[in-house]
Design a protein around this ligand. Structure first.
Ligand code: NI
Length: 405
């Protein structure tokens, strides 16, 4: 199993996609409006800094979030926040501050800042805007993400099942209904050393733009020729979108959100998974029986408040395995939602330390919580959980994976 902790940050900066060895005209032709003018334009960036390490037996943490906050905020204040990146923040005077390059450089900054620390920075995810961002991994791999939206009507059904079979499996979704879909497309590949992107803007604009052009405001069962003989499920729709993009772009995976609590993902290598989001309300107090009172206060700060505090936790459970060709589903959605809710029942509207037996010998840190949840989720979901993510707040996320990939 592989545990990571992700901390969210924001910074605001001006920048422009600009290759110094090209003249203004060449930059404008290649980058179009993303090259802006000589003084750049602005974005509110979001950074997710992700760390991997072992849980300390005494304090129950991989690394103290306060340490992450201090170190990363120093980097951001020094080099990124309220700067004109092309002028103020080398090497962006020489390479264009594209999402790919910003993620890669920030990854190097993090690696330097956390040298010798308890946890190692492993991933640096930068959103340039809600529509696009990039991820840099410690091993040098880079990904670029694009978010798209479309609205469409459909009947969830498989042509391989009878009407009765469809009604039994899909329930009310077998009737005509609609969704506002959110689609994330992830490209993986070499970043061009000159223009700093995995693919030139005119390619991504054209090929990604073709997806909503085909699907937006359509009745999917009737108007999308390529889906006619396939089950109309979110799993199959994600696969279809992947197959449209694969010959044209180095797409690694697509994730299709049907609504806020359900998505299906299709990966290169023909792997599918689906994610379910659940929520629970819990109170707790971080206090380790292995530490004295003064050390507890020092380590946990305000989270050590004797009267306790609480969170609305979000849990995202990702289920993997084989797609059932006949029904076009990976796992019955209603069953997954129900099984996860059963697991969370014992914590929902409770005080984790006082009302449950799960944290009598260890602090109720999010790290210990996700480790406690894992075997219960596995047994509730036929050992098909590949990833579980726990958000303690929108800023702090803890992820456990069956394996590293
Ligand atoms: Ni807390």
């Amino acid at each position: 199993m592989y545990l990571t902790i992700s901390k969210r940050f924001e910074f605001s900066a001006s920048h422009r996609y600009y290759v110094p060895s090209w003249d203004e005209e060449a930059n404008r032709t290649f980058f179009a409006r993303r090259t802006g003018g000589p003084h750049g334009y602005g974005n509110n960036f979001t950074l997710f800094a992700v760390f991997h390490g072992d849980i300390d037996r005494d304090d129950g943490m991989v690394i103290n979030v306060t340490t992450i906050k201090q170190r990363v905020n120093e980097i951001l204040a020094d080099r990124y926040d309220h700067k004109f990146l092309n002028a103020d923040s080398p090497p962006f005077n020489e390479i264009p501050p594209t999402p790919e390059n910003i993620a890669a450089v920030l990854m190097r900054d993090l690696t330097r800042a956390f040298d010798g620390e308890r946890a190692t920075p492993v991933v640096c995810h930068v959103m340039e805007s809600p529509e696009t961002g990039a991820t840099a991994y410690a091993d040098g791999m880079i990904e670029r993400h694009y978010w798209l939206e479309f609205s469409a009507a459909r009947k969830t059904m498989s042509p391989h099942l009878s009407d009765e079979g469809n009604r039994n499996l899909f329930g009310p979704a077998f009737g005509l209904h609609g969704h506002g879909y959110r689609l994330r497309v992830t490209l993986r590949g070499e970043v061009d050393g000159t223009y700093g992107l995995i693919r030139p803007p005119h390619d991504t604009d054209m090929y990604l733009g073709a997806i909503p052009k085909e699907l937006d405001h359509r009745y999917l069962n009737d108007e999308v020729a390529g889906m006619k003989d396939r089950p109309m499920t979110t799993e199959c729709l994600a696969q279809y979108i992947f197959e449209q993009l694969e010959p044209r772009l180095p797409v690694n995976r697509v994730r299709l959100h049907e609504n806020s609590y359900f998505f299906a993902e299709y990966h290169a290598g023909r792997k599918s998974c689906l994610g379910v989001e659940s929520r629970f309300h819990a109170a707790h107090r971080l206090h380790s029986p292995a530490l004295d009172d003064a050390t507890n206060r020092e380590v946990y700060g305000k989270c050590n408040n004797p009267a306790g505090h609480g969170h609305l936790y979000r849990l995202e459970t990702t289920i993997g395995g084989e797609l059932d060709e006949r029904s076009g589903t990976l796992y019955p959605l209603d069953r997954a939602i129900g099984s996860i809710d059963d697991v969370l029942q014992r914590w929902d509207y409770k005080h984790l330390d006082e009302d449950t037996q799960d944290f009598t010998d260890r602090p109720s840190t999010a790290e210990n919580m996700i480790v406690a949840l894992w075997p219960r989720l596995q047994s509730a979901l036929d050992n098909r959980v590949v990833r579980a993510r726990l958000w303690e707040t929108p800023n702090n996320r803890f992820t456990l994976r069956a394996d590293r990939s």
